[in-house]
Ligand binder design. Structure first.
Ligand code: AMO
Length: 444
């Protein structure tokens, strides 16, 4: 007999069904046992009756979160909210859950009962909560929508290699791996290969996939492995063309998310998904520093922002313009990646940007230096003589259109969308300096 999902049971009243689900709660009332079943589509009450000895005997052994396979009749039941329940006729336990559970599964509207570290150690149990289940639904829609947007715009999807021969971002934050007799690196970004896509005549490319950062950052916004959504577009006139593409992509994505999950996000996460109405404001680093100084926020770094500054400038811009998003431009070139193009009028400035959302950097982007001599010069300024990057430089030696692009940290995006307190909450199974799956044992 085919399985019927719980949400579909309403169309089967008076009929026999097969339900395969998890035991959400059990109420044993002596002669009758009520078992609330749960699958991804919903919950339903089922009933085991002492008159059916075989079923009753098995029902008495059930534990929370056990997986069952039930044949029963969907019957009208006025005492339950949905108006029907399942009278169990056959009960098979597919998997008996050990009791007690290692963590409390956080339920709707309750605060985190188990601490985050412990919850992450048992992530497969933690992800069963209504909140996390919704988070995974939204994460799926997010990736699907971003990819769909780029597809609709005619961009080509690439799968950039993740084992590469040279570090693309900074040499300090790269994981080295053994590659037969030699060594290789885990990609920190598909940066070089999305640019290769432009040199390949693809004109516009996108890539969603894992990237790796060997940074010992114990913060609420850093992972050692995260999913980057990368875009690169050819034949641009300015990095502002890239900003426009990203802005339109984000607005369209938020519209899709709001349409499908807006109500649920409000109910379960208490967050209103706001659709930006106007262009995202653009402000230069110098202007931002000035605004921060006026607001009394201390700055330690001229060309960069501390998390406190990011949060404060986010609030200032939102207050001034009503926008949760803004682009920050005109960073000092020396503080950006060598492949950013320099501003011809003022070569100390990079033609790039960061996009902030609710006080957090969610994107870096730029127009790239596609003229190979300038590119080699830029690399030299960073102390790289180019020998490890010859392959990358070659991409620009046989004709390459002017181009630019950006990358969104998808977990940061989801974290901000749902106002989660940590990026770890927005990740299926987060890897950090002290977690690979579970928390790593400390070295003595
Ligand atoms: P960048 O290094 O700024 O730029 O990364 C782009 C975006 O990725 C996210 N991000 C992270 N998310 C989680 N954990 C981390 N450790 C982490 N580091 C970065 C952020 C960030 O804005 N190649 C360029 C992009 C480009 O120019 O196209 C790059 O990777 O949201």
């Amino acid at each position: 007999m085919e399985r019927t999902h719980i949400a579909q049971l309403k169309d089967h009243i008076g009929k026999e069904v097969r339900v395969r689900a998890v035991v959400d709660t059990i109420r044993n009332q002596g002669k009758i046992i009520f078992i609330v079943l749960r699958d991804r589509s919903g919950k339903v009450q089922s009933v085991a009756w002492h008159g059916d000895e075989e079923v009753f005997k098995i029902a008495k052994t059930l534990t929370h979160e056990s997986v069952v396979d039930i044949i029963g009749d969907v019957k009208e039941a006025k005492q339950v909210k949905c108006g029907y329940e399942v009278g169990i006729k056959e009960l098979k336990i597919d998997s008996l859950a050990k009791a007690p559970l290692p963590i409390t599964i956080e339920e709707l509207h309750t605060e985190n009962i188990s601490v985050l570290d412990k919850r992450l150690d048992y992530r497969w149990v933690d992800l069963r909560s209504q909140k996390n289940s919704l988070m995974m639904d939204i994460s799926t829609l997010l990736g699907h929508t971003l990819r769909g947007y780029c597809f609709e715009k005619g961009l080509i999807e690439i799968q950039a290699p993740r084992i590469i021969s040279a570090a693309s971002e900074s040499g300090a934050s790269v994981f080295e791996v053994k590659y037969f007799e030699g060594k290789a690196y885990l990609a920190q970004s598909p940066q070089f290969h999305k640019q290769m896509g432009i040199a390949s005549g693809l004109e516009g490319v996108f890539n969603m996939g894992p990237v790796f950062r060997a940074e010992k950052s114990f913060t609420t916004r850093h992972l050692t492995e995260y999913t980057s959504f990368d875009v690169e577009i050819g034949y641009i006139d300015s990095y502002k063309d890239v900003c426009r593409f990203e802005q339109e992509m984000i607005v369209s994505t938020l519209e899709t998310v709001k349409k499908k999950y807006g109500e649920k996000i409000k109910e379960i996460f208490g967050v209103e998904v706001k659709i930006p109405k106007d262009d995202f404001p653009m402000i230069t680093v110098a202007e931002a520093k000035e605004k921060l100084a006026k607001a009394g926020v201390v700055s330690k770094n001229v060309g960069d922002f501390s998390p406190e500054e990011e949060k404060a400038i986010g609030e200032i811009i939102e207050e001034e313009t009503g926008s949760e998003f803004f682009f920050m431009t005109d960073y000092p070139h020396a503080r950006r990646a060598f492949y950013h193009m320099k501003d011809e009028k003022n070569p100390t400035v990079a033609l790039g940007f960061d996009l902030f959302w609710k006080g957090l950097e969610i994107t870096t982007g730029a127009q790239r230096e596609h003229r190979v001599d300038y590119l080699r010069e830029n690399a030299k300024e960073r102390g790289n003589d180019g020998s490890t990057m010859d392959e990358y430089f070659e991409y620009f030696e046989y004709g390459c259109p002017p181009h630019g692009g950006f990358a969104i940290g998808t977990e940061r995006f989801l974290m901000k969308l749902l106002n989660l307190s940590s990026i770890l909450e927005a990740t299926f199974l987060p890897n950090t300096p002290n977690r690979l799956g579970k928390r790593l044992a400390r070295k003595k």
